[in-house]
Design a protein around this ligand. Structure first.
Ligand SMILES: *[C@@H]1O[C@H](CO)[C@@H](O)[C@H](O)[C@H]1NC(C)=O
Ligand SMILES: *[C@@H]1O[C@H](CO)[C@@H](O)[C@H](O)[C@H]1NC(C)=O
Ligand SMILES: *[C@@H]1O[C@H](CO)[C@@H](O)[C@H](O)[C@H]1NC(C)=O
Ligand SMILES: *[C@@H]1O[C@H](CO)[C@@H](O)[C@H](O)[C@H]1NC(C)=O
Ligand SMILES: *[C@@H]1O[C@H](CO)[C@@H](O)[C@H](O)[C@H]1NC(C)=O
Ligand SMILES: *[C@@H]1O[C@H](CO)[C@@H](O)[C@H](O)[C@H]1NC(C)=O
Ligand SMILES: *[C@@H]1O[C@H](CO)[C@@H](O)[C@H](O)[C@H]1NC(C)=O
Ligand SMILES: *[C@@H]1O[C@H](CO)[C@@H](O)[C@H](O)[C@H]1NC(C)=O
Ligand SMILES: *[C@@H]1O[C@H](CO)[C@@H](O)[C@H](O)[C@H]1NC(C)=O
Ligand SMILES: *[C@@H]1O[C@H](CO)[C@@H](O)[C@H](O)[C@H]1NC(C)=O
Length: 698
């Protein structure tokens, strides 16, 4: 910004392709702004409206809700500037600035100009009495002013576990309306683009063949003359992304003295025009709910923060050896899957309101999380890890006969961590020796269990993707002599998983072991299924060599594992955790283009083609040492590094992504997260945080 101030001749250069002078995270693709001492005041009753002419019958409930939520946040959260004077020096300038009273939102899919109406699927009947009732309810209620918002949802978030039932009532039409945020959130990952060139400034309608990433595009303009803020997108999900950006533009002048004083909101550097779209379709966060359990309020809060930084995939590592919290109904399936959580969950805890509850996720809870996330533009991929990382719950089925090496004292030879356990696919026990590969068949009881679990998780998730895990299979546990010796047994296992997944209408997500270590196993993976690389990111090339039809999700632990660092959890081992701490700078320095270059060279293919196989990446939260008490600080703001890598891509404001430039923006993001009630950890002493560059090394 300094160069804009010191060199007026360069002023125009500052406007084009410049870095955001506003602290936006992730940084928008295209951003132009005015001078940094030009402001607009924002009304303390800023109203948010879909533009006149919007076909109200197309408006999905989740968009209405997102607009209402944004209006509440914009009008109730006072974030003053992260500077020593808290923005006090701007008081005069802001006082003289024009006042903006409204945000006009135009979603082209919802305009009558978009014909045919893409919001109703042609096969679905419309216009029934029931439907028109739902449509009436979808009519937008404008924000009723700051007074009504005192009941701040964010302040109550931890204790109001009941609220979600009410929210559920509000999304009556989200899955039947193809224009809902939810319907978009669960679509297949792809880089396809519309056949028509797109221009959000001039387009009057949305094309019917809108690409996956184009759907998330938006255009946001904040004028300097007091006219309305304009937000335009093709879809509801695009509008949601734009609303999140707008939330990050608004600051408040500090109250003149202590106490609860209403603050004047403003936006600086106006006029601002932002045109933004994501770089990658998969921008994820993985949460492990098996090592430690998380209540729904905590998961909701995580989802809210993910949405705030435009992350769009929640990879839910649901089960592991330590616990099985997925409480499936007793529904006559064989085997009875309700046994899994009944015997494998952590049991009881005392919730904040004093009632004693089980540490499980009922089928209703799972569907609730799936729905809550989808409304916020996030797809949930449920993982039940197998054949390794299985014990709790599973050992209660068929009298324990499905488990190999369960809870072995000498776990270290048979498992990655205690307690040990792995599906007994291979067994050389005298009663049932299945080691002869010529006659090998997966034991029937295991076929039944695996099929029943995958059918269940498939039916509970709206996502096209469902995960069978697949990390760290251990050959000692199967009494085999080498890692390679597992391959002929793993191949039919993976084939079974692929078959069941396809029969349920889904695609798989597996950890890299299934595609990198075992080439014949890799070949059983379905076209378009996802392989998550967690070791050397260049293993991607090996996976793609083994099966060119798969897609890659990058989560190399050296850059992506937020649990790394600190102490070890083993009882009498005094060393540190197995992997070093991933600082936000380390996470941020990950460069997918080097990995894509490696794969391009190894596969000797066109770089553009290879790039299509890399759908994105994610930060992972393994929770051996994380529960609801420290989740916020272990995840935020570091997970946001991933959000910018996968949304903004390799360049930020026309320059290669740079952690020094990013510092003041991520500090600001952290500041905003804290204001929203998220316990994001500090990255610097406040002295440094309020003085950009002030604590650099010289
Ligand atoms: C962003 O700017 C670049 C270069 O000026 C241009 O090619 C691109 O079309 C713009 N993208 C959007 C989404 O406006
Ligand atoms: C208390 O909280 C639990 C867990 O969040 C919830 O299931 C239960 O319905 C609540 N009970 C009351 C009386 O609020
Ligand atoms: C959501 O539902 C609640 C309770 O039914 C209701 O008070 C609220 O007005 C609804 N919100 C919207 C945006 O429809
Ligand atoms: C792009 O892919 C999505 C998801 O597969 C699909 O719904 C859409 O029709 C495709 N669009 C184009 C232009 O191919
Ligand atoms: C492995 O061999 C040992 C010793 O014979 C036996 O006790 C154990 O049950 C075997 N494990 C499996 C999974 O077959
Ligand atoms: C099973 O395999 C283990 C390890 O290879 C071996 O020690 C044991 O004798 C085998 N048991 C049988 C019954 O074959
Ligand atoms: C998977 O499906 C294929 C094709 O239908 C079939 O040939 C194969 O036997 C199945 N494999 C398993 C393990 O179910
Ligand atoms: C931990 O305790 C076990 C059992 O007493 C012992 O065999 C092992 O050597 C101990 N390990 C360390 C690192 O102290
Ligand atoms: C991956 O390959 C790229 C390109 O060949 C190389 O620059 C990079 O160092 C490799 N990464 C690792 C972790 O080996
Ligand atoms: C790709 O990465 C692997 C593993 O880091 C490395 O050994 C290999 O040299 C790289 N290949 C190319 C062509 O960069």
């Amino acid at each position: 910004m300094w160069y804009c101030r010191t060199a007026t001749l360069l002023a125009s250069a500052c406007l084009v392709g410049a870095l955001s002078a506003n602290a936006l995270w992730p940084h928008p693709t295209n951003y132009t702004a005015g001078k940094d001492d030009t402001f607009v005041r924002i009304s303390s009753d800023l109203s948010f409206q879909l533009v006149d002419g919007t076909d109200q019958s197309r408006v999905p409930d989740d968009l209405t809700q997102a607009i209402t939520d944004s209006a509440k946040l914009a009008n109730t959260i006072d974030v003053w500037e992260l500077t020593p004077d808290r923005g006090e020096s701007h008081r005069d300038g802001v006082g003289k600035a024009a006042l903006i009273a409204s945000v006009q939102i135009k979603v082209l899919e919802l305009m009558p100009e978009t014909t045919p109406n893409l919001c109703v699927e042609p096969s679905k009947s419309v216009g029934t009495v029931e439907n028109s009732m739902l449509q009436l309810r979808a009519l937008q209620q404008p924000f009723q002013g700051r007074g009504d918002a005192i009941d701040d949802p964010l302040q109550n978030r931890q204790s109001e576990n009941e609220e979600y039932i009410a929210v559920e009532d509000n999304r009556s039409n989200v899955w039947s309306n193809a224009c809902s945020i939810s319907s978009r959130a669960i679509k297949q990952l792809s880089y396809n683009v519309s056949s028509k060139p797109l221009n959000l400034e001039t387009d009057k309608s949305a094309p019917s063949d809108l690409g996956n990433l184009d759907a998330e595009m938006y255009r946001l303009s904040v004028p300097s003359d007091g006219a309305s803020i304009q937000l335009t997108s093709y879809t509801s999900i695009g509008a949601l992304r734009g609303l999140q950006t707008l939330m990050q533009l608004i600051y408040a002048l500090p109250p003149l003295q202590g106490g609860k004083v209403q603050s004047q909101h403003y936006i600086s550097n106006v006029p601002i025009t932002i045109e933004d779209r994501p770089g990658y379709p998969y921008r994820g966060l993985m949460l492990d709910t098996a090592r430690n359990w998380f209540d729904l309020a905590t998961i909701r809060k995580l989802i809210d923060s993910m949405s705030f930084v435009k992350l769009n995939q929640l990879h839910w590592h649901g089960t592991d050896t330590q616990s099985w919290p997925l409480a499936f109904n007793k529904d006559g399936s064989d085997p009875d899957l309700s046994v899994l959580a009944e015997t494998g969950s952590y049991g009881w805890y005392q919730s904040e309101n004093g009632t004693v509850e089980k540490m499980v996720y009922t089928e209703e809870d799972v569907e609730y999380i799936v729905g809550y996330a989808a409304e916020r533009g996030i797809n949930v991929i449920i993982e039940t890890d197998m054949p390794a990382h299985m014990l709790s719950g599973v050992e209660a089925i068929d009298g324990g006969s499905l488990m190999a090496c369960p809870e072995q004292l000498d776990w270290i030879t048979v498992a990655a961590e205690p307690p040990s356990g792995q599906l007994r696919i291979v067994s050389n026990s005298t009663e049932s020796d299945t080691t002869d590969i010529n006659t090998f068949k997966i034991p029937d009881a295991i076929v039944k269990l695996v099929s029943a679990i995958l059918r269940k998780t498939s039916s509970l998730s709206k996502s096209l993707y469902v995960s069978s895990g697949g990390d760290e299979p251990n050959f000692h546990c199967w009494n085999l002599s080498s890692e390679a010796a597992m391959e002929p047994y793993l191949r039919p296992f993976m084939e079974l998983v692929t078959n069941v997944t396809a029969a349920a209408g889904k695609r798989g997500l597996v950890w890299e072991e299934m595609a990198v270590k075992f080439p014949t196993v890799a070949k059983t993976l379905a076209k378009g299924s996802l392989v998550e690389i967690w070791n050397d990111p260049n293993n991607s090339a090996i996976a793609l060599k083994n099966n060119p039809d798969i897609n890659i999700v990058l989560a190399p632990y050296t850059y992506s594992y937020l649990d790394c660092g600190g102490s070890n959890f083993l009882g009498n081992y005094t060393g540190n955790n197995w992997c070093p701490y991933v600082s936000w700078q380390q996470a941020y320095s990950f460069d997918p283009s080097a990995v894509i270059a490696n794969a391009t060279a190894v596969l000797a293919k066109d770089e553009k083609l290879v790039r299509q196989s890399f759908v994105g990446g994610e930060m992972a939260v393994w929770t051996e040492q994380i529960d609801r008490t420290n989740l916020d600080s272990r995840v935020w703001p570091r997970a946001a590094a991933g959000a910018e890598i996968w949304w903004t891509g390799e360049t930020v404001g026309g320059k290669k992504r740079d952690k020094v430039e990013a510092l003041s923006r991520i500090l600001d993001l952290r500041w905003r997260l804290v204001a929203r009630g998220v316990g994001a950890e500090p990255l610097q002493p406040q002295w440094c945080a309020t003085r950009p560059g002030g604590c650099n090394m010289h």
